[in-house]
Design a protein around this ligand. Sequence first.
Ligand SMILES: *[C@@H]1O[C@H](CO)[C@@H](O)[C@H](O)[C@H]1NC(C)=O
Ligand SMILES: *[C@@H]1O[C@H](CO)[C@@H](O)[C@H](O)[C@H]1NC(C)=O
Ligand SMILES: *[C@@H]1O[C@H](CO)[C@@H](O)[C@H](O)[C@H]1NC(C)=O
Ligand SMILES: *[C@@H]1O[C@H](CO)[C@@H](O)[C@H](O)[C@H]1NC(C)=O
Ligand SMILES: CC(=O)N[C@H]1CO[C@H](CO)[C@@H](O)[C@@H]1O
Length: 775
Amino acid sequence: MRSTALLALVASQVWASEHSTEAAGIPRQYNPGQILNHGEDFTPRRKWADAHAAAKSFLKDWSLEEKVGLTTGVGWMGGRCVGNIDALSDKGWDGLCLEDSPLGVRLADYVTAFPAGINTAATFDRHLMRRRGEAMGKEFRGKGVHIALGPAMNLARAPEGGRLWESFGGDPYLQGEAAYETIRGIQDEGVQACAKHYLNNEQERFRTTSSSNVDDRTQHEVYLHPFLRSVQAGVASVMCSYMNGTWACENPKLLNDLLKRELGFEGYVMSDWQATHSTDSANQGLDMTMPGDVYFGSKTSYFGPSLVDSVNSGSTNKTRVDDMAERIVAAWLYTGQDKDFPAVNFNAFDNNDPATNEHVDVQDDHYKLVREIGAASTVLLKNNNNALPLKKPRSIALIGSDAGPPLRGPNGYNDRGGTDGTLAVGWGSGTTDFPYLISPLEAIQARARKDRTSVSWWLHDYDISGATSAASYKDVAIVFVKSDSGEGYITVDGNEGDRNNLTAWSNGDALVKAVASSNSQTIVVVHSVGPMIVEAWVDHPNVTAVVWAGMPGQESGNSLVDILWGDVNPSGRLPYTIAKTASDYAAHVVYTGGNNPNDVQIPYTEGLLLDYRWFDAHDIKPRYEFGFGLSYTNFTYSDIEIVKRHDSDFNPEVARWEHDGVTGPEVGASVAEWLHEIAYEVKFNVKNTGSVEGWEVPQLYLHPPPSANSAPSILRGFDRISISPGETAEISFPVSRYDLSIWDVARQGWAKPSGAWRVSVGASSKDFRLHGTIS
Ligand SMILES: *[C@@H]1O[C@H](CO)[C@@H](O)[C@H](O)[C@H]1NC(C)=O
Ligand SMILES: *[C@@H]1O[C@H](CO)[C@@H](O)[C@H](O)[C@H]1NC(C)=O
Ligand SMILES: *[C@@H]1O[C@H](CO)[C@@H](O)[C@H](O)[C@H]1NC(C)=O
Ligand SMILES: *[C@@H]1O[C@H](CO)[C@@H](O)[C@H](O)[C@H]1NC(C)=O
Ligand SMILES: CC(=O)N[C@H]1CO[C@H](CO)[C@@H](O)[C@@H]1O
């Protein structure tokens, strides 16, 4: 479907506001409403108002040059962190340390390597998402990092996209919930989070020059949504990406209209590293340039003295610089960093320098959470004849290099940019150094010893006959396969960040087929950054189980053992669709084109229909659908009831939505309280009908009316609940007016389409168990 067709929607009512671009900065208004997040009453707006008032008085005596100093990084490698803002000690300002990554503290020692974002999403568990955020926040703070450069929230649009494992998958709602929880967790520990990359940075190739061309409705409903949730979480900073016709970091539509006006964002926008292209960026909404120099080591800056000159010559409004500085200081105050913040105690550029690295151990007992999330994110895709959990087999063979330790150790390649041994995280700036890495081989041997199971292995991927003999005559053969990707500055086996194919690396398909021909209990474990095509072997009768372990972090082997032996009942769910063939996906990485700006156009022609929405709309049967995952027990669903929470006849705010289309406050229009207030609750029961305790992940899908011209099904609720055998859990999903709205392009507002919404509750995006209607 062409995205332009989506513009012809029929909206019966709209809540609209006039938008215009303002170079001097967006005025801030405070909507004294509460934002509800699944019953949690969290009100960042009051806190932001206080932080801005305090920032104004903090900055009262600062000169123009000093304020500009706040907005200008010191230049690449000019400090101990990947980004640094200078201190001004006579003003009580200690400077800022900005450090990667979305899964832990990068380029530091004695830190935890958490599971990647994609695994965090696969848990479908808000509490685990929050706890991971908190644990990471503690570690960043302990190292003296003010701003953690994460979470990443770009969508898994093209399945080959190199960095999609850093963020939370193929659905905007799941992406948004995970972003919300991660930010709340990080910031509750007094560290500023950074929502990135804003916006439309869904592939690595040409990411600094290509233009992502996205229609306005898709932008609002899909790509902007995780940033809306980030603002609702009170996010301190947003990182602008590279370009969209005009550079993303000097795009007033993106920075002023969408982010600061519609979403009412109160923190500051920083550039991605070297993504600032002019001093005029300040006029267009950029608040901080990173790492500060024009290019790494240039000793020049678009901000710094250039910005001072620009103000003095009248090209930049001084009030804009005031606003930039105020936003940066407000975010610092919002997160309480003015009090007792630890000094930077590591050196991202030289861990071995005794003068600058104090080797502070911030790991606490976070390894336990890593193991828990690793197991909770492991997706059981196939389990014929209850092949799993393992029942004290007498012998096991482990096949494939992905089972074993890397020959070069866990950090043998800078930023994990190589292929060696078991894969527990992708490559690039979205990684940490591993403090250690538990391989499946190590963990399985330790577990097997308890049952006196014999363990043998064959780690040569290309010696097929050796693998076949190793697997023969064993009770169980476990074959390990992988697929890797990362950030574009590193090329691995010809993959320039983005994957060149969606099948297994290192001869994986041949290995599985060979082992399955000689062992009737062949279990396949997959470590993959994203969707991997499994058609070569998935239907082989001897492949009795498929375990999708993703990117589980430092406790990889232990998390896997918990699932294989049934100490943890699997409940991971796919955060993307696994297709039967690569060409079934809605979109792909654009691999060819020139290197000059605008040479490569990336048209987002699939519009709203990414991932499962595309498969649904075009009736393409996937191998495993979004939201799918098996358990060692069974659940039944019953008693759906849809309860209206507000009486539209008497509530004027509901009336506004349902009857008139009144213009609302401009700033923060898309996060207005009434829009996000709970309008309906979908209640139902889930019963564990099996014989073991387990976690179920019920999911709520809305089916918009035909007038909406939307995708057939849209995820709008999920939870992960532990239920004992024979027990029934009562579940309730809130549905807000926003959830039941579409973006009306003509009238620039959230609109309620005419007609009834059908509602389904079920165990995946295809396995619907209960149905209802919201009219
Ligand atoms: C500078 O910004 C202020 C406040 O937004 C505005 O009133 C004024 O008109 C602007 N001046 C210029 C020259 O843009
Ligand atoms: C897919 O890419 C991987 C990594 O570069 C490579 O090992 C594998 O051979 C490729 N598969 C095919 C079918 O070309
Ligand atoms: C399954 O494994 C057994 C060995 O246990 C083998 O004899 C048989 O041929 C295999 N089946 C297939 C279809 O390869
Ligand atoms: C779930 O139910 C199906 C059909 O009733 C049954 O075949 C299967 O063994 C059950 N699975 C578990 C894990 O109890
Ligand atoms: C938000 C934004 O600026 N979107 C633009 C992205 O690029 C396309 C094509 O250049 C424009 O049509 C969009 O308006």
